[in-house]
Write a protein that binds this ligand. Structure first.
Ligand code: ADP
Length: 422
């Protein structure tokens, strides 16, 4: 249902306006007319227009009451009085107490991991907690382990950021100097061994950096995770909790996961159950795939600030392309002392071929193939958009072709005689 073009909402204290933009190429402009409001923890500036585009699912929350105006076609827009924001604020207050204690005792601040099934608001809660922390003058580290719908870099990677200012309403957290590791798939299940390896590496690097940055260390870390929580997914979460030595696990909307973690985590880890917001919108697998495509497009072309990527030719001799993971062999065929799982983290050279076209390759900081490619972070990404002619050239190299007298491909090539050879 499409609603009217201009809408004004009066929000009472402790309530939120939720709206979605669905129609293609649609733009909705939000403006706070009076009072104070925030969007997922970022304070909104009065009388400043904020634009939202197709696919946006937004909640404008107010602690003190406000008047908000929406211009443009929204798929749905309503005011909700029931929100879990007070509970989330209490979590923030508890984390803040731990930061104060860490500052006084010169120890590490709280390392918090947000877990739960898909579409329960994990990324949103992570964003709210980071925004509240930074608004208190903290410099927390944001870690995103969600390779499918993460918010640092492109899908298929995990990463971390030092958060120094609240997330921008339209563009999220500033991505000035993220620490990113390559995974290459949209779910950890595609290569568990590799996923656990890079999660372990990210945790190590963050621990090292915290040793040299006291402010970040006392502010703590907030980790967002994937929505895969059963079977191997649970093992992946437990491994991440161990690797980052988490102090707090916030479980959103899943009692089974909460009880399992309570049972399995060491006693000093606080496992807290939190309700999900009624506003969180479920996404279909098509919407998830579209969101992934949008993130990749955003990486190359920017979101609000446009980027102008340029293409250039590189000789295949000048670059080395690798993929991670060799085909796994049955245990009986493995050389002595090697596990079948080792093949999953093996770096294999790939020869350039048409199969690379339209693929996104990660550019590693590793100095050479013998350096530890898996343990090196990424400099950026390139998209292979080679014109087919170059590939034809490569594929046909060193072959002799017959030139036919046939006038076109639909003429009888087999029955025409030859003009010569090239
Ligand atoms: P998860 O990380 O658990 O998959 P997200 O935090 O990404 O879930 O939330 C899913 C979607 O719901 C996002 O598009 C987000 O903007 C939206 N959303 C979250 N909280 C609210 C809310 N209170 N009102 C409206 N939309 C919301």
């Amino acid at each position: 249902m499409t609603e009217v073009q201009l809408q004004e909402f009066k929000l009472e204290p402790d309530s939120e306006l939720r709206f979605e933009v669905e129609s293609k190429n649609e733009k909705v402009v939000l403006e706070v007319k009076s009072g104070y409001a925030e969007l997922f923890g970022t304070e909104l500036v009065k009388a400043k227009p904020y634009e939202f585009h197709t696919g946006a699912k937004v909640a404008v929350f107010t602690w003190h009451g406000c008047t908000v105006e929406l211009r443009g076609k929204t798929e749905v827009s309503y005011v909700a009085k029931e929100t879990p924001m007070v509970v989330y604020l209490n979590v923030h207050a508890a984390l803040e107490q731990q930061r104060v204690a860490a500052e006084q005792e010169s120890t590490r601040g709280p390392v918090t991991m947000v877990v739960g099934p898909g579409d329960v608001g994990k990324s949103t809660l992570t964003r709210i907690l980071l925004n509240y922390a930074v608004r208190m003058g903290r410099r927390p580290i944001y870690v995103d382990l969600d390779v499918g719908q993460g918010h640092i870099s492109v899908p298929g990677t995990i990463g971390a950021l030092l958060v120094e200012r609240p997330a921008s309403i339209e563009e999220g957290f500033s991505q000035q100097a993220p620490l990113v590791y390559h995974f290459g798939h949209s779910s950890p299940g595609e290569n568990l061994e590799l996923y656990n390896t890079i999660v372990g590496r990210l945790a190590e690097v963050i621990a090292e950096r915290c040793e040299n940055n006291k402010k970040a260390s006392t502010s703590g870390v907030i980790i967002n995770t994937c929505g895969w929580i059963k079977g191997d997914g649970y093992k992946v979460l437990s491994h991440a909790a161990q690797a980052f030595e988490v102090d707090v696990i916030l479980v959103l909307d899943n009692e089974r996961l909460y009880n399992e973690l309570k049972r399995d985590m060491p006693k000093f880890v606080k496992v807290v159950y939190l309700p999900k917001s009624g506003g969180v919108v479920e996404r279909s697998s098509t919407q998830r795939a579209e969101a992934r495509d949008a993130r990749i497009r955003e990486y190359f072309y920017g979101k609000r600030t446009p980027y102008y990527p340029h293409s250039f030719d590189v000789k295949f001799n000048d670059l080395k392309i690798y993929k991670v993971g060799a085909p796994s062999l049955p245990a009986s065929c493995m050389p002595l002392g090697m596990r079948a799982a080792d093949a999953l983290t093996k770096v294999v050279q790939v020869s350039p071929s048409g199969a690379l076209q339209h693929r996104v390759l990660a550019v590693s900081f590793a100095a050479g193939p013998h350096d530890d490619v898996l343990h090196s972070n990424l400099a950026g990404f390139v998209c292979v958009s080679v014109p087919s002619t170059i590939f034809i050239y490569i594929i046909l190299q060193h072959r002799v072709l017959a030139v036919s007298f046939a006038a076109g491909p639909h003429d009888d090539v087999l029955h025409s005689n030859l003009a010569g050879f090239v």
